[in-house]
Design a binder for this molecule. Structure first.
Ligand code: ADP
Length: 202
């Protein structure tokens, strides 16, 4: 199974991706997590990404496309994957289409988590205090200033992907405002429906 989860920061892509991993034995490919790991390891990619990420801006397309291309070739991605936070620009989506074609892979669905922007800042603030309570390091971009820039980047650069995938007939939308378990059920229903469609169309 190969999926993309689309939605603004704080929509719940990470949480739902982890559930899909547990349920379907696929891998979660989060470019945000990979970039944070690169920063921690002090790699050249990490050094390039660090300040941009802390400010809430996107890192250049060629960097994330390179990371994803390599990651798709790892053996554990063969069973399937859920892309979380990638693609984030039309350029990345086009590059992904090319990569998948070259690798002979097809997407099963692109699932949009629909949320009201009003709740996002609250969710991020909650995540911050929960992480703090657990004694975990707080993300340098989980502050109101960076969050505003992240949301703006989403609106301007990522939201157009909704039409991009709708135009290709691949878009499914799920209400991301519902309780977490309900969102998971909504995603499962969409996955099941695309499977039925595929079987029916041979
Ligand atoms: P969120 O979705 O909550 O904003 P992520 O962990 O997905 O969090 O991303 C954090 C940051 O990592 C982004 O603001 C951006 O700077 C960088 N990043 C992650 N994925 C991409 C991507 N596909 N393209 C460009 N930048 C990315």
């Amino acid at each position: 199974m190969r999926l993309i989860l689309l939605g603004p920061p704080g929509a719940g892509k990470g949480t739902q991706s982890q559930r899909l991993v547990a349920k379907h034995g696929i891998v979660q490919l989060s470019t945000g997590d990979m970039l944070r790991a690169a920063i921690k390891a002090g790699t050249p990619i990490g050094q390039k990404a660090q300040d941009l990420m802390a400010r809430g801006e996107l890192v250049p397309d060629d960097i994330v496309v390179g990371i994803i291309s390599d990651r798709l070739d790892e053996p554990d991605a063969r069973k399937g994957f859920v892309l979380d936070g990638f693609p984030r620009t039309v350029g990345q989506a086009e590059a992904l289409d090319r990569l998948l074609r070259e690798k002979g892979l097809q997407l099963d669905a692109v699932i949009e988590l629909k949320v009201n922007e009003g709740v996002l800042l609250e969710r991020i603030a909650r995540r911050q205090s929960e992480m703090q309570a657990r004694g975990e390091a707080i993300r340098p971009d989980d502050n109101p200033e960076s969050f505003k820039i992240r949301l703006d980047a989403y609106r301007r650069q990522t939201a157009p992907l909704i039409d991009y995938y709708r135009g290709k007939g691949q878009l499914e939308s799920v209400d991301g405002m519902a309780p977490m378990d309900e969102v998971s059920r909504g995603i499962d229903a969409k996955i099941a429906a695309t499977r039925v469609e595929r079987v029916a169309s041979g």
